[in-house]
Design a protein around this ligand. Structure first.
Ligand SMILES: NC(=O)C1=CN([C@@H]2O[C@H](COP(=O)(O)OP(=O)(O)OC[C@H]3O[C@@H](n4cnc5c(N)ncnc54)[C@H](O)[C@@H]3O)[C@@H](O)[C@H]2O)C=CC1
Ligand SMILES: O=C(O)C(=O)COP(=O)(O)O
Length: 406
């Protein structure tokens, strides 16, 4: 396969993929505007924060997979990809420790005003009194919004500082996250108002999507305690930035920010941001995931996704239907002979049933096989008998599932 890397990944990763017979081209200076003109001829596109707009999918001739070498896929038009049948995968969890480390770093930097004290010393100014007013973190309460890989990694580290942890009760939380939250002693609040009004620190770890964009608005900020600290290492647009600026100007809050709504990409740029310059803010250059450890782990994840794709698996794909694909699963046991599946598909097509997912596994010995076919709709009795009557079909059964149960 031909792979285009539009951001920098370790050379060893490319070398490993070339050893597997793939052709890899790395052009880390490519921008979202360049990509449509460069994508022709590539099967796989690998990006970090470089944006992948719909124009890329319109211009692509053989693109089958986009890999986000990181967690957040908000920079990729995943709907446009889905319309063109292009898989989009991310590499979840592998950079969580790095982001959690930076989050705690921002918190310590704010509490002790480390950037200001360092800057003064670099200028030759000694002022012990000025920098002797930190409050300390022991016994403080932290609200964690988004209890996924990063939220939990932050919780583990904050717990070690003696910080009390709380989050929002969420019935749909995964069993793993719910169990881990309990182990870490994270208290659950029933409402956002309760969570915010009882926390000294609020840290954001949700992805950017329709429900979370500008989640932190004037009302949210107003509900935070006076003197509280807001940490954002998720995405800039989760925060209403003018509203945050107003709260900072009023001296009500302090903030640690790694991400900004209009941040420049991975290169260098002249960039004036009133938030990043604000004296109540400690800001960094969206470097949460940028440790060697995290990038090695992410690169290994990219290789695993390519290997899985070659083997026919859409690993960590974010734009396939997450619920059950077809409403009915047909299980067809048959002799492993050429043409049996073609006859099965012919019958489905005559019945007007669209196949949404299909897998065929051969039994040990190679004499028989079992096909599992998800179809959109309910097969009629006539169709079931027609399938059962196909020569070499050993048996047919069906399970009808509620789409939401997947
Ligand atoms: N600063 C940086 O360099 C990095 C930033 N990120 C950002 O952090 C985000 C989170 O990353 P992970 O923890 O790895 O993802 P994750 O998918 O493991 O966790 C996200 C969590 O947020 C929860 N969530 C989603 N919508 C919510 C809502 N409306 N209210 C409450 N919870 C909600 C999900 O249920 C999930 O538990 C990424 O989507 C990305 O935007 C990720 C990696 C690096
Ligand atoms: O993994 C993520 O979601 C990140 O935000 C990291 O972005 P980056 O790979 O540093 O451009």
């Amino acid at each position: 396969m031909h792979l285009l890397f539009a951001d920098r990944l370790p050379e060893q990763t490319l070398a490993g993929l070339e050893e597997r017979g793939h052709t890899c081209v790395m052009e880390p200076a490519l921008t979202a505007e360049d990509l449509p003109g460069r994508i022709a001829g590539y099967d796989v596109l690998v990006v970090r924060s470089t944006k992948v707009p719909s124009a890329v999918f319109e211009a692509a001739d053989r693109l089958a997979l986009v890999i986000r070498a990181g967690a957040g896929t908000n920079t990729i038009d995943t709907d446009a990809a889905a319309t063109r049948g292009v898989l989009v995968s991310n590499v979840p969890g592998r950079n969580a420790a790095a982001v959690a480390e930076l989050t705690l770093g921002l918190l310590l930097a704010i509490d002790r005003r480390i950037p200001d004290t360092v800057a003064d010393l670099r200028e030759g100014r000694w002022d012990k009194q000025r920098y002797s007013k930190a409050d300390g973190l022991l016994g403080k309460t932290m609200a964690i919004i988004g209890l996924g890989s990063i939220g939990l990694a932050v919780a583990e580290r904050a717990a070690a500082f003696g910080i009390h942890l709380q989050s929002l009760a969420k019935p749909s939380r995964s069993a793993y996250a719910a169990e881990r939250a309990e182990e870490l002693g994270i208290a659950m609040c029933d409402s956002m108002a309760e969570l915010l009004s009882t926390s000294d620190i609020v840290t954001l770890h949700v992805p950017s999507h329709d429900d979370t964009r500008r989640l932190v608005d004037e009302g949210f900020l107003g509900a935070m305690r006076d003197g509280a600290i807001l940490l954002n290492t998720s995405r800039g647009d989760v925060v209403d930035e003018p509203a945050l600026l107003a709260a900072l100007d009023a001296g009500r809050l302090r903030a640690g920010l790694d991400v900004f709504a209009d941040e420049p990409g991975s290169g260098q740029a002249q960039w004036e941001s009133p938030l990043a310059r604000h004296p109540q803010v400690v800001a960094t250059h969206h470097i949460g995931a940028s440790t060697e450890q995290a990038q090695r782990a992410i690169a290994a994840g990219v290789t695993e996704i390519v290997d899985a794709f070659v083997a026919g698996e859409a690993r960590h794909c974010v734009n396939l239907d997450p619920t059950r694909l077809g409403s009915t699963t047909l299980t067809i046991r048959h002799l492993d002979r050429v043409g049996v599946l073609a006859q099965v598909l012919d019958e489905l097509s005559t019945a007007g049933l669209n196949v949404e997912h299909m897998e065929n596994r051969v039994f040990r010995g190679g004499r028989a096989a079992v096909a599992s076919i998800d179809v959109a709709g309910e097969p009629s009795e006539a169709l079931m008998s027609a399938l059962g009557a196909i020569h070499d079909v050993l048996g047919v059964s069906q399970v009808t599932l509620d789409r939401d149960d997947g």
